[in-house]
Design a binder for this molecule. Sequence first.
Ligand code: PRP
Length: 183
Amino acid sequence: MSMYDDIEKVLLTEEQIRARVKSLGAEMNAIYSDDDLPLLVCILKGAFMFLGDLTRHLNFRHELDFMEISSYGKSTKSSGIVRILLDLESSIEGRHVVIVEDIVDTGYTLDYILRNLGTRHPATLRVVTLLNKPSRREVEVPVDFSGFEIPDEFVLGYGLDYAEQYRNLPFIGVLKPEVYGKI
Ligand code: PRP
């Protein structure tokens, strides 16, 4: 059985993602210039693939850094309790910072990141996310560049996982219900 057999449907094809990531890059190219030298902050692990594609569409000079955030599990996620597993290498004081996320769901993770990075006095702090689930939002968060608004379904692929697997799928898909519990 291939992992592709576990997929019930493809929500966003490789081609749709490629086209939208390119146009998100164009939106950002219209905002930033070389002089800004923005720092893109990739939120691991889910955003690694999006970052890899997005950065190749940006025509202004920029730098990359990485941050990993963990919630204490789904049940406590609604309490907004998250912690930093990996922090930035660089200081962001006075820098133009762009947070790169794969998905904004309840908003708790992004809210935490924005508040945390906000205390470090960046010049500007913006957010780009590939996927956005506004119907799930529990805390209001600003999203400056948003790829796709998607319905409230559990999605994976293109960096997003189920039980740490399926991140390598080139599309965004939904698992067959019978797969849950088997992995
Ligand atoms: C996902 C995603 C966001 C967060 C969004 O990360 O990458 O960071 O959840 O959910 P929220 O809006 O409800 O807070 P996850 O905790 O699954 O970690 P991962 O990226 O390492 O898979």
